[in-house]
Design a protein around this ligand. Sequence first.
Ligand code: SAH
Ligand code: SF4
Ligand code: F3S
Length: 481
Amino acid sequence: MNTMKNTEQFILPEMNRERNRSRRNTAADCSRFVMPAEAKNLGSGKKYYIRTYGCQANVRDGETMAGMLEQMGFTFTDSVEEADVLIFNTCAVRQAAEDRVFGEIGSLKSVKARHPEQVICLCGCMAQEEVVVEKIIRSYPQVDLVFGTHNLWNMPKLLARVMNKKERTIEVISEEGDLIEEMPVRRSTSSKGYVHIMYGCDKFCTYCIVPYTRGRERSRRQSDIIEEIRQLKAQGTKEAVLLGQNVNAYGKDLAMEDGFTSLLENCAKTGIERIRFYTSHPRDYSVTTIDAMKKYPNIMKSLHLPVQSGSDEILKRMNRGYTSGSYRDLYDEMRSRIPEITFTTDLIVGFPGETDAQFEETLDLVDYCQFDMAYAFVYSPRSGTPAARMEDDIPLAVKKERLQILNDRLSEIANRKNSLYLGRTLKVLCEGPSKKNENVYSGYSEENKLVNFTGPDGLKDQIVEVEITGTHSFSLDGKAL
Ligand code: SAH
Ligand code: SF4
Ligand code: F3S
């Protein structure tokens, strides 16, 4: 039984507001985070657990929530049973991600029956969807608090309401509001630090839910970003990972000329040892960005450049704003300027109406680009997006078969590309013991290759020279020199 009062004063998501938002390219206002008085000691003697799904932007948001909770006096636990506050920081990009979360929340009914004071929260991208919140209200009474991506900073106040007044609280805002700076953070990794450079997405690819769940593009001030990187460097973090759904659009709203390149250069000048950035969009790619990558040794020469499809017709219906030919031109340009660059991408198979011939065009593009690695997905209709209104006419069996063919081709290429590293020495940022075997370290090379390697004690968070002794499709083996 849930002991919460249902006040019905819920603030519910409205995807239509996101859909019809103005596309004005002006800077968002900026405020500083303040911990509300009623939340200051809320967590004393209590524990929290956060489960994060989805992209690195969500991971960084989870780190902010952990920071806020610790400032409120909560301590971390990795036990679902033990947690007084349990947070599901969710992803809405594909249906499978959502189904997993509903499955997990469903299975918590019994935990909650044993532990009625436990507070269960749902936040992140799923919370921004009407269909999800309606389902939570209707069928998941064990969820006490729902808040969205735009009011994450308000979590302490909302949590205080739930815990002190015992009121079930749902507050999902569909307008972006101010950018909030100086939020606390508890980082989940010590070797690298995620840094939001911008929020939201204005691209509106027809299959994608992100512009609705994350709002319009808003860039953080350059000075705030540089300050965060300086702090990372001061605490000994070796790598800064710059995050945005479409980093090449950085600074448009701040009236910056060629904003991303200038930001990238200033990040490089902080002297932090490594800089990476996700995700680039082929449409806005500026040649000056390639030049900056070439010029600064601490900007890693690896690029994640999602292409999605090799068919012009499909790319057009996806609203990607480039053709297979212009993607190849960009790819060639980068390769000619930075020959050692490594490339990764994202691909979707089974988009509505995709013919066998159009799928073949994707295979052709993959053959042309010889990606070092790629994430391939089966198209998943997202309620409220334009593609969800197109006829989803490809049978599941065909989608799965295409995925299999594509993955086989991708891993064959990755295997061949990785075999070229045998006997070479790579600089690997050691993240600690590997997930599979605690006697082996793992980390990423400058080229963004996952390397599992042996070596003496004490290498965690260090950049280590590793000789490559074995290669696979998705990782390399080696030993520290
Ligand atoms: N902003 C990034 C990534 C967004 S989501 C970009 O534009 O590239 C990460 C990946 O998920 C996308 O690149 C796409 O390949 C995949 N994706 C997004 N929506 C999807 C959907 N409805 N079905 C299947 N895959 C999807
Ligand atoms: Fe989604 Fe396209 Fe924006 Fe990427 S660029 S987040 S795929 S709408
Ligand atoms: Fe998922 Fe939201 Fe990221 S939908 S991929 S968590 S922006």
